[in-house]
Design a protein around this ligand. Structure first.
Ligand SMILES: [Zn+2]
Ligand SMILES: [Zn+2]
Length: 272
């Protein structure tokens, strides 16, 4: 990683205030989430190739040139694969915490490194971001909330256990992108070697559908507009299983439930 620079707000333009979310990819082969309020657009993780991220952004009418930053959650390659290429090609600062930067292997040089610390807010353009610690087998993995004008979006994938602190951070979000990695029985019955099954189930692994449901049951509220289930295993889960496990928690609400998948980007979800 290169030396640290002073980070500043970039490329602000006047657009109507509206938060947009697009999950470009989600799963063990690559993760990337686009969030914008029309003035500031950020990628959370870039775990596909730079070319593929560009292609998926373009498929939703979004341009890579409008991005202001890449924020990295943790060093696993399904989250960082395209970070270096995109940062260099588009002059994007990379927001990352120091332990993750120390542990990451494959980013190469980046345009600019901006260090954040879990628990301490930072801003990118007009968006305020709160990073918080997750329990996962990485150096210093982070979830995030993104805040703008009272609209709060929560991101939490790659966590083995949803602690009370995680639930606290994700309260009052208008949109949640939440891990629903595996169906526990499919994992047990599935083809993975036992040590990998143990890792996935463990406290530093991934949230199961039922873990996700129990977390969600603590943080739903009348103004929760979107829940996007993410980081589903293609081997140990199906979108139908995840939805049938989790949707009952939302039955009394008008919340829209979606599932992000690996092979194509989600719809654009808007918060106004
Ligand atoms: Zn991951
Ligand atoms: Zn991970």
């Amino acid at each position: 990683m290169p030396t640290e620079h002073t980070c500043s707000d970039r490329k602000e333009a006047a657009f109507a205030e509206e938060m947009a979310i697009c999950v470009l990819a989600s799963g063990s082969k690559g993760n990337s989430i686009y969030i914008s309020n029309g003035r500031t657009a950020i990628l959370f993780d870039a775990g596909l190739s730079g070319v593929e991220i560009e292609r998926r952004l373009n498929s939703r009418g979004l341009s890579t040139g409008s991005l202001q930053a890449i924020v990295v959650s943790h060093e696993h390659s399904d989250h960082v694969h395209g970070v270096g290429v995109l940062s260099r090609r588009y002059g994007l600062p990379v927001y990352i915490n120091r332990k993750t930067a120390g542990a990451v292997a494959k980013i190469g040089n980046v345009h600019q490194t901006c260090f954040f610390e879990c628990g301490v807010d930072f801003t990118v353009g007009s968006l305020r971001i709160h990073p918080f610690s997750l329990s996962h087998d990485a150096a210093d993995p982070a979830g995030f909330t993104i805040n703008r004008n009272g609209i709060k979006i929560g991101l939490a994938t790659d966590l083995g256990v949803a602690t009370a602190m995680v639930a606290e951070h994700l309260k009052d979000c208008r949109a949640l992108i939440l891990e629903a990695n595996h169906d526990p029985q499919m994992l047990i019955d599935g083809p993975y070697p036992w040590p990998l099954k143990q890792r996935i189930q463990g406290r530093t692994g991934h949230l199961s559908n039922s873990d996700s449901r129990s977390l969600l049951s603590k943080i739903t509220h009348q103004n929760l507009e979107h829940v996007i289930l993410a980081h589903l295993s293609e081997t140990n889960n199906t979108p139908d299983r995840a939805v049938s496990c989790i949707s009952p928690v939302l039955a009394h609400l008008r919340t829209h439930l979606a599932v992000a998948i690996q092979d194509r980007c989600s719809d654009l979800f808007y918060l106004r």
